[in-house]
Design a protein around this ligand. Structure first.
Ligand code: GAP
Length: 455
């Protein structure tokens, strides 16, 4: 892609973003009062709104704005045989080594970046005292058990991806809904993986949300649809404001491909930690439907008037938390305004948790409060809005900048006589005066208008 950067040069670091998220009520370390649970996070008010926007925009683009995709919400705990057929029981694992000296455990394929447990300035296995075991495969699925007796027969798994719930419902969907290949089934939901090396805030967690879509196509058309979905998904991120120079498509080398895939491309984002996977788009062939047909004894195929075949599958698989992190990092900016540091989240307005803040200049002035309250009531019916009459106007602006609110409407003494208010733009800091009755239509128009990220 043109303009692609080599290394991250922005203002954000993962630490700064995590700190702002905590301070401003987006995301908290989970189980905080018990000392925290590694790589587990709880979403606060603004984080919930942000992640809801990510999921809503995904659903809008995948389902609402298309005619060929339907929704599904499958169970998290599926029949254990599902994970045998899918290959997860046998193969969803990472190779691990233990150090008999420091008792730490490392990914065998990441030893070149793992710190020694005793001497962090050295790599694992690098010192004379390091005593590493042979690599063993460690399955990443979380196990649980069904019913009161915990034995081999009651073993079940928390799903490590939402995709398999879609494949096992292929027959239900094709026999109950008006679908015909090419068509897709989309699902948003939690997945669980006992990751060995989680980290980088919400980039890699053990519990996370996925947004996956399985697109079933005639086998001969699979390459064309694979290419369609790479472009369509890339455009989704760009249309929601990610800077083009921070997004790229990387096709997997043949040695990287999963056993089921004849082609996979990652959409990568330039995080402060470097280029990293944001979403994967895979051509999965007929692997999944054939595997579940064999495992269940149920035929999973498309039967048309004059045709019968096992569709091939193109899968765009995204992470809602990872996308939220990309939008946060991309939006994060610091600048000097009037000799003071301003931290601002320059979200695309559709991604912003709160769209508008209504601020009476003096919180104790009944006349100003009355106009501001009425306007707030009018706006909150059509968009997430906040009313704030605490602290100085400067502090209130700073707070709204830090949560990424694109517009602040100030009601001042002139409003009492001219019936107008001031709209402040978060990014340009431009202030315009408009009649109070025009605020709602103006903001609705701006919310719908194309928006361009900073370069
Ligand atoms: N069904 C295919 C599949 O699950 P994946 O590449 O393992 O593919 C898809 O996962 C997306 O889910 C990733 O691109 C990433 O955005 C997100 N994801 C995967 N593991 C994650 C984790 N441990 N924490 C947060 N997000 C994760």
């Amino acid at each position: 892609m043109t303009g692609e950067l080599e290394t991250y040069e922005g203002q954000a670091t993962i630490e700064k973003v995590a700190s702002l998220c905590r301070r401003r009520g987006f995301i908290f370390p989970s189980s905080d009062i018990y000392g925290g649970l590694g790589s587990s996070y709880d979403y606060g008010h603004y984080g919930v709104l942000l992640k809801q926007n990510v999921k809503a925009e995904w659903q809008r683009s995948m389902v609402q704005e298309r005619d060929d995709i339907v929704l599904l919400d499958s169970a998290i705990i599926l029949h254990p045989q599902v994970w045998v057929s899918s290959g997860h029981v046998g193969g969803f694992s990472d190779p691990l080594v233990d150090c008999r000296t420091c008792k730490h455990r490392f990914r065998a394929d990441h030893l070149a970046t793992c710190q020694c447990g005793r001497r962090p300035s050295k790599l694992a296995g690098e010192t004379a005292d390091c005593d590493l075991t042979e690599a063993r495969e460690f399955n990443l699925m979380f196990e649980t058990s069904i019913g009161p007796v915990r034995d081999e027969g009651s073993r079940a798994y928390l799903r490590p991806e939402t995709a398999q719930g879609i494949f096992i419902n292929f027959k239900n969907v094709t026999s109950s809904l008006r679908v015909k290949p090419p068509f897709g089934i989309a699902q948003i939901g939690k997945s669980f993986r006992n990751e060995i090396t989680p980290g980088n805030f919400i980039f890699r967690m053990r519990e996370f949300e996925q947004m996956e879509m399985e697109f079933f196509v005639p086998p001969a058309d699979s390459q064309q649809w694979y290419e369609h979905w790479i472009g369509y998904r890339r455009d989704w991120y760009l249309n929601l404001g990610l800077r083009p120079g921070h997004l790229r498509v990387r096709a997997h080398e043949s040695t990287e491909l999963s056993h089921y895939s004849s082609g996979t491309s990652d959409l990568e984002y330039l995080f402060p930690i470097g280029w990293s996977e944001l979403e994967g788009i895979a051509n999965r062939g007929d692997f999944d439907l054939s595997a579940h047909a064999a495992g269940s004894g149920t035929k999973l195929e498309w039967i048309g008037h004059e045709e019968r075949y096992v569709p091939h599958v193109i899968e765009p698989a995204a992470g809602a938390d990872r996308a939220a992190l990309a939008f946060l990092v991309d939006a994060y900016d610091e600048e000097e305004v009037g000799g003071e540091l301003r931290t601002v989240l320059r979200f695309h307005p559709r991604m912003a948790p709160v769209k508008v803040a209504v601020l009476p200049l003096i919180g104790k002035d009944d006349g100003l409060v009355s106009i501001a309250r009425d306007l707030y009531q009018e706006l909150r019916r059509v968009m997430p809005a906040e009313y704030d009459d605490s602290a100085s106007i400067g502090k209130r602006y700073r707070r709204q900048d830090e949560i990424g609110t694109p517009w602040a409407v100030t009601v001042d003494h002139d409003s009492l006589t001219d019936g107008a208010v001031t709209i402040r733009d978060r990014d340009s800091l431009e202030q315009i005066r408009v009649p109070v009755a025009d605020v709602k239509p103006l903001l609705l128009e701006r919310l719908d208008a194309p928006w361009h990220p900073r370069s």
